[in-house]
Design a binder for this molecule. Structure first.
Ligand SMILES: *[C@@H]1O[C@H](CO)[C@@H](O)[C@H](O)[C@H]1NC(C)=O
Ligand SMILES: *[C@@H]1O[C@H](CO)[C@@H](O)[C@H](O)[C@H]1NC(C)=O
Ligand SMILES: *[C@@H]1O[C@H](CO)[C@@H](O)[C@H](O)[C@H]1NC(C)=O
Length: 226
């Protein structure tokens, strides 16, 4: 009898472990949280039949626009405004959050918390390609601030250093979960400036976290009215 009990114990434990393992998969993207809202049979078909190479940027953007409308369906936009008042793609003005800080300050955590807001596009550590520096003035200050402005306006066409760096250091994009989900399906477009520009412009909220720039230099960003 004790032996049977022991066997029962083993089975229950194993079942419990399996359950834990099955729950402990990679973080589930927002598209999968609510399968009824976000499942997109067309997209799944593209993946399984290896159509990802023939899908055009225009089609991906159109799909993403639909996802964006779904994702922000319940978002309490201010009275008399809608998603389109906040997206660059429709001539709106995004709400931008910028964290300027220094290393080991907890900003990666805070950045991820802000990115949990539906419809957020996260420019994670956009000065990574400058290396381990804290930019205080020349020679980097001008180009660094210019690059931040370009990103906040979803203008990727002059950012080849940034994009080249990212291709070998993908954590530049992996924190930007809504982009990365799409990068995993269409890796051939992930670092394409045309794609990134159009994709970014669909998002009503833009966040950024920077440890490589002194706050004094970031003041310049506040003067930009657009
Ligand atoms: C999909 O197609 C591309 C190009 O035709 C090929 O390089 C790639 O290996 C294919 N992927 C799969 C999963 O079949
Ligand atoms: C929101 O956008 C619509 C049309 O795109 C426009 O008519 C309206 O004035 C905008 N609202 C605000 C508060 O900007
Ligand atoms: C981005 O992709 C488009 C469509 O495939 C292509 O025509 C364009 O040259 C690419 N741009 C860059 C910068 O690679």
């Amino acid at each position: 009898m004790p032996r049977l009990k022991f066997l029962g114990f083993i089975i229950v434990t194993a079942a419990f472990l399996l359950l834990l393992l099955s729950l402990n998969q990679r973080p589930v993207s927002v598209y999968h949280k609510n399968p009824h809202t976000y499942t997109n049979p067309i997209q799944e078909e593209y993946v399984t039949q290896n159509y990802s190479y023939v899908t055009t940027i225009k089609e991906i953007i159109r799909q993403q626009q639909l996802f964006m409308e779904q994702e922000t369906l319940d978002y309490p936009f201010p009275p008399n405004t809608k998603l389109r008042n906040f997206t660059l793609a429709t001539g709106g003005r995004p709400l931008r959050n910028i964290i300027i800080t220094t290393w080991r300050s907890g900003s990666t955590f805070l950045g991820d918390v802000i990115n949990a807001v539906p419809g957020n596009f996260y420019h994670y550590e956009p000065l990574l390609d400058y290396g381990i520096v804290q930019i205080r003035g020349p020679p980097y200050a001008d180009s660094a601030v210019k690059n931040l402005k370009r990103l906040l306006n979803c203008d990727y066409k002059e950012l080849s250093n940034y994009l080249d760096y990212g291709q070998s250091h993908v954590y530049l994009f992996t924190h930007n979960t809504r982009l990365w989900d799409v990068c995993e399906i269409y890796p051939n477009y992930c670092w394409n400036s045309t794609f990134l520009t159009e994709f970014c412009k669909l998002f009503p909220f833009q966040s950024m976290k920077v440890v490589r720039l002194r706050l004094r230099l970031a003041e310049e960003l506040l003067k930009d009215e657009s």
